[in-house]
Design a binder for this molecule. Structure first.
Ligand code: BG6
Length: 475
């Protein structure tokens, strides 16, 4: 279904995110017929460039990043929608031109694909030059601050010019199909929710493992580390959606209120329940990649988290995320308790049910169920997976879902904030991570080394073993 006509301005329109995600994503929405004829996209950045130059830039980006939908005729038709305005974010140049470019009577959205230090300057100028009206939407990217203080300051800056209902803070994990599916599974079935609590769930694991290293982003990453780069936002969102109470409806504030309650119920994490790591081998190392031989920043973190509320009292959540790991795996594992009493005489290796929600790759779910091993060997029990890979169950086409960014940008145009973070949510997440980070910074804790291509530091296995549990294998 096409969205309403819009003017979308991308500040940082020649930047890396625009090139890799935003522009190819918009093209794919156009290709799939979701973009109305009257839609227009305006690149805005510092460099002088004419329209033809910008269209060439976008054509190349589409070629590189739009996958199998790259069709020359469609690309040319899409490029017709594009224009470019050179603006000086902190000065006066270009703003009047931008004002002239904008049309009345269409949805106006401004994507701040720039560093947070420019948010204030751009927001101010959008108002000063009367470019944004009261219905305009602004989209901001992570990192949303570096700690609670800076996040609060950013919120205050944006609030000077925009209402909270106009601000769309992106966490692209919320745009992933399976993340939304988590809500469908939990609240669209009768099967799971009655068991989704400390009485029946032994523990929950959330893993986001990557095989890539810090790439060309060493400088940014070394100031952030896995905690700020991944846990404060992406893993926190996964945790919230897994742990929250059922919202009364699928509505932005109803969902975000419930997520906020989870964040506020998180207990401080004990120092002994966190394991940080840095990848290191003879031939490659984190320290070399970030060009900082003294760095104490973590490229891996694992931790045990407790949620202080009725539903989860006694059921820990274990989180882990890292770069240069053995496999690219993002998943949530709900490990149920063992049956309270076994009626079978021998020890048959009976174990507990496990529901795994796989975000990537092979989006899908599986549930291990204990059954009788077929054959005449007596009552031997085995665990078998009830496996549902979406691509297999629904066909490749149905599983060919929009990338997270595509979906989120279309939600901005539709005016739906459900999958965006509210200001108080971001601040609360920082309020929980700040003391953890301050703790290890003050103690000058040294991360444990781990072999690139491994499952992370040994110490993370011990974190689980001492509770009589183990991480699900990375595969
Ligand atoms: C980004 C982080 O937000 O998410 C990156 O800054 C990380 O470090 C990326 O690699 C992971 O996203 P995805 O969608 O590839 O899992």
């Amino acid at each position: 279904i096409p969205v309403d006509p819009f003017d979308l301005v991308i500040f940082g329109g020649t930047g890396d995110l625009a090139r890799r995600k935003i522009l190819p994503g918009l093209y794919r929405r156009f290709f799939d017929g979701q973009m109305p004829d009257e839609a227009r996209i305006i690149g805005a950045a510092r460099s002088e460039m004419d329209e033809a130059g910008y269209r060439d830039f976008v054509r190349d980006a589409i070629k590189e990043f739009s996958g199998k939908r790259n069709d020359p005729n469609m690309v040319s038709a899409f490029l017709e929608k594009l224009s470019y305005v050179a603006v000086d974010a902190t000065g006066t140049d270009g703003w009047k031109d931008l004002a002239k470019t904008m049309r009345a009577d269409v949805v106006k959205a401004y994507y701040f694909s720039v560093g947070p230090s420019l948010f204030g300057a751009i927001a101010e100028r959008l108002h000063k030059y009367k470019i944004a009206d009261d219905a305009a939407r602004i989209v901001v990217e992570k990192p949303f601050g570096h700690d609670r203080e800076s996040a609060r300051a950013l919120n205050a800056t944006l609030a000077e010019h925009f209402d909270e209902t106009q601000i769309y803070r992106i966490d692209h994990y919320l745009g992933k199909e399976t993340v939304q599916n988590l809500m469908a599974v939990r609240f669209g079935n009768m099967l799971f929710e009655p068991l989704w609590n400390a009485q029946y769930v032994d523990h929950i694991q959330i893993t986001v493992a990557e095989t890539v290293g810090v790439g060309g982003r060493g400088e940014y990453y070394d100031r952030s580390g896995a905690m700020r780069d991944m846990v404060q936002n992406h893993l926190m969102q996964l945790l919230c959606l897994t742990a929250m109470e059922p919202p009364s409806k699928y509505d932005p504030d109803a969902v975000r209120d419930e997520k906020l309650k989870v964040i506020r119920a998180l207990e401080p994490v004990e120092h002994s329940e966190i394991v940080r790591g840095q990848y290191k081998s003879k031939s490659e190392s984190y320290l070399k990649d970030v060009e900082n031989p003294e760095s104490l920043t973590e490229s891996y973190v694992a931790m045990k988290i407790r949620i202080a509320n009725w539903r989860w009292n006694g059921t820990p959540f274990y989180l882990r995320t890292g770069k240069k790991m053995k496999a690219r795996v993002s998943e949530i594992v709900v490990r149920f308790k063992e049956p309270p009493h076994s009626i079978f005489e021998e020890d048959t290796g009976q174990s507990a049910n496990e529901l795994t929600i796989r975000l990537q790759p092979n989006e899908g779910m599986d549930l291990t169920v204990t059954i009788k091993e077929p054959g005449p060997g007596g009552m031997r029990l085995i665990d078998v997976p009830l496996d549902m890979t979406f691509a297999e169950a629904l066909g490749e086409e149905a599983a060919d879902v929009p990338d997270a960014y595509e979906r989120l940008i279309m939600d901005v145009i539709r005016g739906n904030q459900t999958l965006f973070m509210r200001g108080d949510e971001v601040e609360a997440a920082w309020a929980w991570t700040d003391p953890i980070i301050d703790g290890w910074t003050e103690r000058e804790d040294r991360p444990f080394p781990y072999e690139p291509g491994s499952t992370g530091p040994e110490e993370a296995l011990i974190l689980m073993h001492r509770d009589g549990r183990r991480w699900r294998e990375l595969r």
